[in-house]
Design a protein around this ligand. Sequence first.
Ligand SMILES: *Cc1c(COP(=O)(O)O)cnc(C)c1O
Length: 376
Amino acid sequence: MASKNLFCDLAFEPINGLFPYQPGKPIDELQRELGLKDVVKLASNENPLGPSESVKKRIQQSLDDLSLYPDGNGFYLKKALSDKLGVPADMITLGNGSNDVLDAIARVFLSSGRECIYSEYAFVVYAIATQSVGATARVSKAYQPDQQSPYGHDLAAMEALVTEKTSVIFIANPNNPTGTWIEPEALKQFINKLPRHIIIVIDEAYGEYLDEQNQVDTTKWLQSCPNLIITRTFSKAYGLAGLRIGYSVSHPDIANLLNRVRHPFNVNSLGLVAAETALQDEEYIRKSREMNKQGLKQLSKGFKQLDLDYIPSAGNFITVKVGEKSADIYTRLLHEGVIVRPIAAYKMPQHLRVSVGLPLENEKLLSALKKVLAHV
Ligand SMILES: *Cc1c(COP(=O)(O)O)cnc(C)c1O
């Protein structure tokens, strides 16, 4: 913070240590600032295919209902999710993006005096959610760059931080911004070992991008681990980031608690119908996964040719090490009309995170990067 906030003495003390979440730069902002026309945004892990046609049609059919409040209980979307996932609707909690659910989890299960464990380089929202309720973060060391899963969650290190005050553990699988992924068997063993009074959150925002043979239905684990909460989103593979819709699957009694702090009408009416429709469009997901796979290949091959180290990714983005000049490289890329994501806030100041785009967008990034690297 540059200058002291006039009201910081009045604020709930832990809020003074927080910084606002830094989103990827919006396309039109860069267009305004630099007068550029052709801008590619590979900064927020959005689906480059855009929303599916069926979703756009369904939204159009719902425009006349905009003057009405949405269904605050999200009956039809929960029913669609319940049918698709094979879990009762009372295990589902809807959120304004899965961020909303993560935040609700913190408000229900964390408070000052309680501890939350997450890994170094884990999704930054865990830190914000933990601190905003005054709980103590216990951040575990990630695997070292030369270890088997560089920058990935080290489950043994997480386990070593467990105390009687531990209330919540957040695990992103795959993780953002590292793209690292924990094998289901290892994760299951970890969860089984922990005391049942700890709420374990598995954030599966990128689950749909895993190869089909690696996808396991973690909702089945709830039968033996009722302390588990699985969060998912429509923002990534489903291509609906702008509509803000996510959900969790948990024991009904946990869902019941989350429901008590959920803001009324937290999910908007277009989000509800769009998600319900998107859920049926399995072809769109297949296509997104396949395109992502090709894009990861294209980007990693390009990074290799530029002699850059990258972290192998199970997500729809790839984090590449560009070195100490990364802030300069980021800015120069903006001038080339390419927005990527600096991740200094994740304590990875030498890396940039690049979302997988369409083939031509990936190409544009790679050639811009080549040009920029020659000048720094
Ligand atoms: C993008 C992302 C989310 C999803 O955010 P939404 O609020 O659903 O848009 C959740 N967790 C991780 C790790 C993410 O990267």
